[in-house]
Design a protein around this ligand. Sequence first.
Ligand code: AMP
Length: 396
Amino acid sequence: MLTVDQFNFKGEKALIRVDFNVPLDAEYTIKDDSRIKAAVPTIQKILNDGGACILMSHLGRPKEGPTEKYSLKHIVQRVQDLTGAKVHFAADCMGEAALKLSAELPAGEILLLENLRFYKEEEKGDQAFAEKLAQYGSFYVNDAFGTAHRAHASTAVVAQFFKGKKCFGYVMANELANADKVIKSPERPFTAIVGGAKVSDKLLIIENLMSIANNIIIGGGMAYTFAKAQGGQIGKSLCEDDRMPLTLELIEKAKAKGVNLYLPVDSKIADNFSNDANTAFANNDQIASDFMGLDIGPKAIATFCDVIKQSKTVLWNGPMGVFEMSQFEQGTKAVAEAVVAMTQSGGFSLIGGGDSAAAIHQFGFADEVSYVSTGGGALLEYFEGKELPGVKAILD
Ligand code: AMP
């Protein structure tokens, strides 16, 4: 893989797309700086070589141009503390002032540009905007996996201006290496666990995994569309009626491909969507009309955990139930424990970003699995078999 390790940055000005989209509280204090910490090794490698770094990122989703709440000036001090280097700030990512700061930036120092998304051109992938960004650096590094699935100006378009002088940073390289380990050379049996609210969001990934995985476990709200399509009574559970035929096709496809598709046989059901609801257990085809399934039940937990513990590779994307409520976290927690157990027995486990990463952190298991991805959407698209624009632009 083409990483910063293959280059010497002495005398270079590295324009680095980082993901500094960190959560801030009402006083603009950083609540979690792990994304900044993650970028430090790439920055330090370049500075240690004798280069300078121009960092660019987005923060939040500003709608109307510059907004105090989304200013990257709030994180300048933390970048300085974590890198130990002097950090300059360009209060506008466009214009003469930023150009002058980058031109005068000495080796060993950092320039942080203001939020790229203060310009709508960033998300539009605007060519002229990307060309202006390109003027700040002599070398382009993409280290923002979380936005690699977007063809934005700073993630994909800008790369064309750096022929032969572009590569991945360590965060990006690490994410891709872990994903490739699962997609390209999984030790078998390989089990994919797919959960979450809607089947429509996960159809493509399930379909693509059919060609790679030995076992596919389905949990969460999406399981009820499968259950209803098979003639089950699912009460008030989540269901996408228009997707029912597709779930039947997936069941048939799994059979044809020899993939074991595990659907939950039972659920913890509730009389409303609340942690205080009255609850019971029921088989997934016999949920009473005034109840809804909010977690997998004990029989499903036993089967799923058994399959997981016998696996050598596990990919997990999406919770088994409404894990944010303590009454309905049990299924997700049990699956997390089984993933930890298979990892301890020498297996490889990759937790896909978003809600599965949140669940793993909530249960305190983040250090007991092989890898927790930082990129929800990007990882999902990678497993759907799509080419990520941010990756392709480096390889072109
Ligand atoms: P996703 O973003 O598609 O991965 O879905 C994650 C969300 O699905 C979480 O917020 C869960 O609370 C929710 N979820 C999981 N299982 C269910 C369920 N049985 N009913 C309703 N929501 C669910």
